[in-house]
Design a protein around this ligand. Structure first.
Ligand code: MRU
Length: 344
């Protein structure tokens, strides 16, 4: 695979430092779980499924270093710290829950067994994520039919997952199916995941890509240049509201106005039936400096008040369908999400 977002290697976690892309491809090697937690917070790795994989590997790493008699207490600390890294993407909590289940079910079998099983579970979560995305991609490519001009936001690609991607997985599968596909990507202020990461990934794969600023979507749709929007997501609430990168909501409103289908590509692990609606999804507020500065240079007067919510909520009635590895979920989302999850 061309992009190695995260790997478990010789009892270390190796991550491509996404903060430096596209200028530099630098890999970080972590041996402590606290370094993995910091890497998630600092956006060395980001994107909902990738955060989940990183957290799972963080637990496995944390367990490796715990000494015998304090195992229960120490492992709880590992879970608690990793659980506090980023609040919005439910995949983080989903992955931690899977790791906790392994721990709880096997804790009586001796520390060495638990350590081995945690490591195996983390690698399994990684492997499953890639196959999930490939399956999701195929289903999405079929759904998109003859659409060829696709707009996306942020990065829901190989970099945001263990590999292949969700929204970009759909686009990759379209290409693999021999379709003509052309991508418009928003730069995605303030962290520039679209410009730095999505444009980089697509260029690497030789998929035609055009970069725009976030404010150009209305212009593009007025000109009838977009056949479909496909975005990833950080959490799907039980009623079908979705949280995704800040700016997604505005795109969905424009898509509805211009009769452009708005698709959300999300693995089933992003569906949170315990969360009734978007109003209950915690929205991460990030450092104001991400908005007031670009690459450490100020772009606004010193001390100006800044807003920096990292995600927004798109109401379910703006969502045309949710593409998962288990099939396409269409409205009424509330009802269909529930039966989808129960059939998985
Ligand atoms: O802040 P980020 O970069 O972690 O936000 C990422 C997104 O919003 C993605 O669209 C989402 O996580 C889906 S990734 C397959």
């Amino acid at each position: 695979m061309a992009v190695r977002t995260i790997q478990w290697k010789n009892n270390r976690v190796v991550m491509l430092d996404q903060r430096l892309l596209p200028a530099k491809e630098i890999y970080r090697v972590y041996r402590e779980y606290s370094q993995v937690a910091q890497a998630i917070r600092d956006m060395v790795i980001r994107g909902a499924p990738a955060i989940g994989v990183a957290a799972a590997m963080g637990v496995a790493l944390g367990a490796l270093w715990v000494k015998g008699k304090n195992f229960d207490r120490e492992i709880e600390r590992v879970f608690a710290n990793l659980g506090k890294t980023r609040p919005t993407a439910v995949n983080l909590f989903w992955a931690l829950e899977r790791m906790r289940k392994v721990y709880s079910e096997h804790r009586g079998e001796g520390i060495e067994t638990v350590k081995r099983l945690l490591k195996e579970e983390a690698v399994k979560i990684y492997d499953e994520d890639i196959s999930t995305n490939r399956q999701l991609g195929k289903i999405g490519a079929r759904l998109l039919g003859n659409a060829s001009r696709v707009l996306t936001h942020c990065n829901a690609g190989a970099l945001a997952t263990a590999g292949y991607g969700t929204a970009l997985g759909v686009i990759r599968a379209m290409k693999e199916a021999g379709k003509n596909v052309e991508v418009f990507v928003n730069e995605t202020r303030p962290f520039l995941q679209g410009a730095r990461l999505t444009a980089w990934e697509l260029k690497k794969d030789k998929i035609p890509v055009t970069l725009l600023t976030d404010s150009m979507v209305g212009y593009l749709m007025q000109k009838d240049k977009v056949d479909a929007v496909v975005v990833g997501c950080d959490r799907v609430a039980a009623n079908g509201d979705i949280a995704n990168k800040i700016g997604t909501y505005g795109i969905a409103v424009l898509a509805q106005r211009h009769h452009v289908p708005f698709y959300v590509a999300a693995p089933t692990s992003s569906i949170d039936l315990k969360c009734p609606s978007g109003a209950e999804i915690p929205i991460e507020q990030r450092n104001p400096r991400e908005v007031s500065h670009i690459f450490n240079r100020p772009i606004a007067p010193r001390g100006v008040r800044v807003l920096n919510p990292a995600f927004d909520i798109t109401h379910h009635d703006l969502v045309s369908a949710i593409i998962t590895e288990g099939g396409v979920i269409t409205p009424p989302l509330q009802q269909n999400l529930r039966s989808h999850v129960h059939h998985q």
